[in-house]
Write a protein that binds this ligand. Structure first.
Ligand code: ARG
Length: 470
């Protein structure tokens, strides 16, 4: 009795090792829903075109309903000798309905079938990831909305540079995730093309109506070249590139959260539920979730490298190498979904679905942020700008302020703590209006340009993002 779909030609069975090495059913079974959906659309079209009988189609539908029920209830027996999800489902269907099951594969190959399944599956995952990206942005906006006037040091080279608001800082991440959302929508367009009808590689001699199958399955159109249809995995690479950028953005945010929570910064605290303790040091509360999110960016970027390398040497068209597209893609999807969920929660708090209130998000230590900005001469540029307004060329103003900072360092005080007379010794044009300029809030308010850190600019940005996400 034959045990494989193609075994008439073969005179010896596969070794157990080869079976295990070539089988994909233990990971690709997660495509089962897409596989059944694609098969039903294919069968309906075959019947419409008179390629199979209406009776065959209804037998296939009845059998597939049973297969679906068995998979859902966990009764379905997956067999590695049947290699993959496609052959497992088809074999069970045929067991249930006989010849109609054997006719399902008319005008089709596993090559166009698997490409169709992966696209269907990925499309539905994309449609779940898009709202998670929106939630991530909403979480950042929720925190930002309370901190348009909370001053922290902005950094370049990890050295205190100029004061910014905490809202402004978080809004930078909103921009990143907004770009990710645009990229995802763009990737979706190229995922959403139907390979089915390419058959093994050359198209098929049956009068298939590919456009109607595309329509039934919600695809935007059909792949226009059969060779490309079965061998293209660009869409998976593009998705993983999108995911890598998301993870890089998450990782940068996670890194800042770790830094901000350290005793040396003390800018924020995290709820206990996102921290773990140490088995030896009783005082420890570690930001493990943020560290893991940062760490998991490595595996997603690794999957991008894996997929792109998988494709580079493959001659047209389908090669078994392509079976290796699944685990990296699946793990990328799982990692991005979990990471976005947990980061949104940790930053913005858990949302009560009934009231919309958030609990457990970032705890902001505004006083510590402000102290850090004051310690770092963050308003030195403001003093230079002040002198420019009094008529000095910027380069000269820069020089004057450097002397003032040197004096501040010597005395261990901020520029705003130097007496007016001392400041005037650096330049006579300095008047007592300088102290407003040297204040942190004065510095923020002064940067009232689109995209600047002034509180009213940040408020406008928050409104704009909220309207976009509504
Ligand atoms: N399990 C295979 C994959 O994931 C399905 C296609 C196999 N086609 C073939 N001719 N061996 O790529």
């Amino acid at each position: 009795k034959k045990s494989q779909a193609w075994s008439a030609l073969f005179s010896e069975p596969m070794s157990e090792l080869v079976k295990r090495y070539t089988a994909s059913v233990f990971f690709d079974q997660r495509l089962w829903r897409a596989d059944i959906e694609g098969s039903l659309a294919h069968a309906a079209m075959l019947a419409r075109q008179g390629i199979i009988s209406p009776q065959d189609q209804s037998d296939i539908e009845r059998g597939m309903a049973q297969v679906k029920a068995e998979i859902e209830s966990g009764e379905f027996v997956w067999k590695s000798e049947l290699e993959d999800v496609h052959l497992n489902i088809e074999a069970r269907l045929t067991q249930l309905v006989g010849d109609a099951g054997k006719r399902l594969h008319t005008g089709r190959s596993r090559n166009d079938q698997v490409a169709t399944d992966v696209r269907l599956w990925l499309r539905s995952e994309i449609d779940q990831i898009a709202p998670l990206l929106a939630d991530m942005q909403r979480a950042l906006l929720a925190v930002a909305s309370h901190h348009t006037e909370t001053v922290m040091p902005g950094f370049t080279h990890m050295q205190v540079a100029q004061p910014v608001s905490f809202a402004h800082h978080l809004l930078a991440y909103v921009e990143m995730f907004a770009r990710d959302a645009e990229r995802l929508a763009d990737v979706r367009k190229r995922v959403n093309r139907l390979p089915l009808g390419a058959a093994a590689l050359a198209g098929t001699s049956y009068p298939l109506d590919r456009e109607s199958v595309a329509k039934a399955l919600g695809f935007d159109g059909v792949c226009q070249n059969s060779l490309d249809a079965v061998s293209d995995r660009d869409f998976a690479i593009e998705f993983t590139a999108f995911a890598s950028l998301v993870m890089v953005h998450v990782s940068r945010l996670a890194e800042e959260i770790v830094l901000w929570m350290s005793q040396n910064f003390g800018f924020i605290d995290l709820s206990d539920r996102y921290c773990t303790g140490s088995s030896i040091m009783p005082q420890k509360r570690n930001p493990d979730v943020a560290e893991l999110a940062r760490g998991k960016s490595g595996r997603v970027v690794g999957h991008l490298m894996g997929l792109i390398t998988l494709m580079k040497g493959q001659p047209l068209t389908y090669n078994k190498d392509n079976q290796e597209d699944k685990e990296p893609l699946f793990d990328t999807v799982d990692t991005v979904k979990d990471t976005l969920r947990i980061m949104a929660e940790m930053v913005g708090g858990e949302v009560d679905p009934a009231t919309g209130t958030r609990t457990g998000g970032l705890k902001v230590k505004a006083e510590a942020m402000q102290q850090a900005a004051r310690r770092g001469y963050a308003t030195a540029t403001d003093l230079a700008d002040y002198l420019v307004k009094k008529g000095l060329p910027f380069r000269d103003a820069h020089e004057v302020v450097a002397h003032a900072v040197k004096e501040g360092l010597k005395l261990g005080v901020d520029l705003s703590d130097l007496p007016l007379a001392t400041l005037q010794s650096f330049h006579a044009s300095i008047g007592d209006d300088v102290f407003e300029v040297l204040s942190l809030t004065g510095s923020l308010n002064a940067r009232n340009v689109i995209g600047g850190t002034a509180p009213n600019q940040a408020r406008a940005q928050i409104e704009r993002h909220r309207a976009r996400l509504a």
